[in-house]
Design a protein around this ligand. Structure first.
Ligand code: SF4
Ligand code: SF4
Length: 172
C-alpha cells in the first residue's frame, strides 16, 4: 500500500495575534484547540515541512507504516510546498485534507507536525514559522523534506520500486 496525504499547507502565512486593550494576548495556538481555530489559524499551523507529502508504505502483517523519500507528484521539493494547493484534489484524489478528527485518527503525522503538537497540548518549536516569523527556519532546522526527496511517484514503475526509498517508521 502506498498513499499520501496532507492539508493545511501554508500559502500567505501571516503572524496571527490577538490584541485586547492594546496588550497582546497569548498566541492562538496556546489558547485554542484544533476545533476552535478559524481558517487562517488552521492554515498557518502547518509548518511547511512537506513530510506528509511523502508516500508511505504499510506492512500488511504488522500494520506498521513507513515513510519513504518518494514525493507526491505535486510536491515542490525545494520549497516543500504543494505546487497546486488549491486544485490538489483534482490532480491527486488521494490527497487527504486534514481535519481535527483526522489529525487524531491517523498515525503517520510526524511528531513535529504543528497540528499534532497542538492537539497533544504541546507548544510549537522555535523553528515553526509562527514562532520564528520566517518560513526558512523549518528548513534550517532540518525538519523539512528539502534535500531528502529521492524520487517522485511519477518516476516509479511499480509498487516494488517504493521499497528502495523506505526510510523510517511514520509518526516519529
Ligand atoms: S506534516 Fe503537518 S506540518 Fe508538516 S506539511 Fe504536513 S500538515 Fe504541515
Ligand atoms: S497533492 Fe499537494 S498537498 Fe497533497 S500530498 Fe501532493 S503535494 Fe502534498
Amino acid at each position: 500500500m502506498h498513499s499520501w496525504t496532507t492539508t493545511g499547507r501554508d500559502y500567505g502565512r501571516e503572524h496571527i495575534s490577538v490584541v485586547f486593550d492594546g496588550m497582546p494576548s497569548e498566541p492562538f495556538w496556546k489558547t485554542k484547540t484544533l476545533d476552535e481555530l478559524n481558517r487562517a489559524e488552521w492554515e498557518s499551523l502547518c509548518d511547511g515541512c512537506g513530510r506528509c507529502c511523502l508516500h508511505k508504505l504499510e506492512d500488511e502483517d504488522t500494520e506498521e507504516i513507513y515513510f519513504t523519500t518518494v514525493a507526491c507528484t505535486l510536491l515542490d521539493a525545494g520549497t516543500c510546498q504543494c505546487s497546486d494547493y488549491v486544485d490538489r484534489k483534482k490532480k491527486v484524489p488521494d490527497c487527504v485534507f486534514l481535519t481535527p478528527e483526522i489529525v487524531r485518527t491517523v498515525d503517520w503525522l510526524p511528531e513535529t507536525c504543528g497540528y499534532r503538537l497542538i492537539d497533544e497540548g504541546q507548544d510549537l518549536y522555535w523553528w515553526h514559522p509562527l514562532v520564528s516569523g520566517t518560513s526558512e527556519t523549518v528548513h534550517e532546522a532540518g525538519i523539512s523534506v528539502r534535500g531528502q526527496v529521492t524520487a517522485f511517484d511519477h518516476d516509479l514503475k511499480s509498487d516494488e520500486d517504493y521499497f528502495e526509498h523506505m526510510v523510517r517508521v511514520a509518526g516519529n
